[in-house]
Design a protein around this ligand. Structure first.
Ligand code: BES
Ligand code: MG
Ligand code: ZN
Length: 493
């Protein structure tokens, strides 16, 4: 999809489909900016449709006699309340309404209320990502018909710069959506590792895959315990982005990479939606999507490590027994009182590995707990960190991208719930506060001197319905926030 700035004024614009943002105030006057032939026709139609331009409202008109054959009005509410995020949502609504039309799509929103670079970026991302559809698993795919060329109308020239960032970032999100959407018989630990190596080759990243033997030598007993019940070998993935020039910040991004989570002997039954547990590698998808985007954007001054301890949580004769005691690579022993709390076991060894790289900050993303879904639903991810600075940076990034984060307490006293009679700790605490104890567990594997944040994306990785820039299915949540956060660092001393 080509996205560019139109050199023309709105009234001279010559494409096939036009999205026009409209405020509640003076609807007719705003429509008046369009070419005059539409005016009388439109004002009658608008009255018929009872279009009030409330936020989220839209109305489409077919104007077949002219070059413009579809006009999509999107309500923006009142001007004084408009946020950048509303532009993103309006663009998504408009893009969805353009489905079925071909030709050039134009969009005119009140850019002048924002800086044009940010406005162009959020709107372009929204259009491309709303129109994305994963057709890989259909034998006779029926492609979505939609405009292939997009023009932003009457926006400042400075927007040009941010438009360059849109394709790499969207490709990263689309990669993450494809990885998450892939069924578990297609996306395995080995194929995830292959994909990572392929990304590394294509976009000049360093890559290293640790095999089971290597992980064993490093004492990654927690991670390997999860993997041992599967016929498929675990693959520990480590990609590195290293730009030319002086490195000012070194970052690590760690993603949970369970290509399937059956629960193990604590099998997922009833309402646990075992068939959806292909999405349990959503953290790794976000990390690899960010790797792909960052590698193409090539920000200066930052080195980024992308780490995934990929495996499956399955049941066979060698699988972990509930009650087994294992030892992680930092020496700590864990009683596995519930085999379904497997993500934290894999992350434990991945976090120890990340700390050994001595980065300036670590962020992990994981579909870690059902409890986080209960707490925050499917639009907001949970953020746990002891570092106010890192929380500030990540929340700022999330505000820039519209991927919502809510800071949750990393309550040290909840460690009590993980007390084991025999080992240093259990992997599972009480049901109450389950998303918090998961974070408290992870903290045991991070060096105190390294700022670290944990993001639970169990709710946001997937959506059952079309919402904003997401279509039902995998969202690719986290990619844009990770990229934004990494690129923020290059501006810091
Ligand atoms: N992958 C799941 C978490 C999950 C659940 C993600 C629902 C998305 C939707 C994780 O491995 C898990 O099973 N967690 C358990 C932990 C419990 C046993 C302490 C859970 O949340 O039920
Ligand atoms: Mg589980
Ligand atoms: Zn899991």
């Amino acid at each position: 999809m080509e996205i560019s700035l139109s050199p023309l004024k709105l009234k001279d614009w010559d494409g096939a489909v036009l999205i026009l943002g409209v405020f509640e105030e003076d609807i007719e006057e705003q429509i008046g900016k369009l070419e005059s032939p539409y005016n009388s026709l439109l004002s009658n139609k608008l009255k018929e449709n009872n279009f009030k331009a409330k936020t989220g409202e839209s109305s489409s008109f077919y104007l077949l006699e002219n070059t413009l054959n579809k006009l999509i009005l999107v309500g923006l509410g009142t001007a004084k309340n408009l946020l950048l995020d509303d532009l993103r949502k309006a663009a998504a609504i408009g893009a969805r309404a353009s489905l079925g039309s071909k030709g050039k799509l134009g969009i005119r929103l009140p850019w002048e209320l924002f800086d044009s670079e940010s406005a162009a970026k959020v709107v372009s991302e929204a259009i491309r990502l709303t129109l994305f559809k994963d057709l890989r698993f259909q034998s006779k795919p029926e492609p979505k018909i939609h405009p292939e060329e997009v023009e932003l109308i009457e926006i400042g020239k400075t927007a040009e710069k941010s438009l360059k960032e849109v394709p790499p970032i969207c490709a990263g999100v689309e990669l993450a959506r494809e990885l998450v959407g892939s069924p578990p018989n297609s996306l395995t630990p080995a194929s995830l590792a292959d994909k990572a190596v392929q990304i590394a080759k294509e976009y000049e990243l360093e890559s290293k895959i640790l095999e089971k033997k290597d992980c064993s030598e490093r004492g990654m007993g927690a991670y390997l315990a999860v993997a041992q019940g599967s016929d498929l070998s675990p693959k520990f993935i480590h990609l590195t982005y290293r730009p030319d020039g002086k490195i000012k910040h070194r970052l690590a991004m760690v993603g949970k990479g369970l290509t399937f989570d059956s629960g193990g002997y604590n099998l997922k039954v009833g309402a646990a939606q075992i068939e959806l547990m292909k999405f349990d590698m959503g953290g790794s998808a976000a990390v690899l999507g960010a790797a792909r985007a960052i590698a193409e954007l090539r920000p200066r001054g930052i080195e980024v490590h992308f780490i995934v301890a990929a495996c499956e949580n399955m049941v066979n004769g060698s699988a972990v027994h509930p009650g087994d005691i294992v030892q992680a690579s930092n020496g700590k022993t864990i009683e596995i009182n519930n085999t379904d709390a497997e993500g934290r076991l894999t992350l434990a060894d991945a976090l120890v590995y990340a700390c050994e790289l001595e980065p300036d900050a670590i962020v992990d993303l994981a579909t870690l707990t059902g409890a986080c879904v209960i707490a925050l639903g499917d639009e907001i991810a949970g953020l746990w960190t002891d570092s106010d600075q890192l929380a500030k940076e990540l929340i700022e990034a999330s505000q820039n991208t519209g991927e919502e984060l809510w800071r949750m307490p990393l309550k040290n006293s909840y460690k009590e719930g993980l007390k084991s009679l025999l080992a240093d700790m259990k992997n599972t605490g009480p049901r109450a506060g389950g998303a918090i104890t998961a974070g408290v567990f992870l903290k045991e594997f991070v060096q105190e001197s390294i700022p670290w944040a944990h993001i639970d994306i169990a709710g946001t990785v997937w959506t059952e319905k079309d919402r904003d820039i997401n279509s039902a299915g995998a969202t690719g949540f986290g990619v844009r926030t990770l990229v934004d956060w990494a690129c923020q660092q290059k501006n810091q001393e």
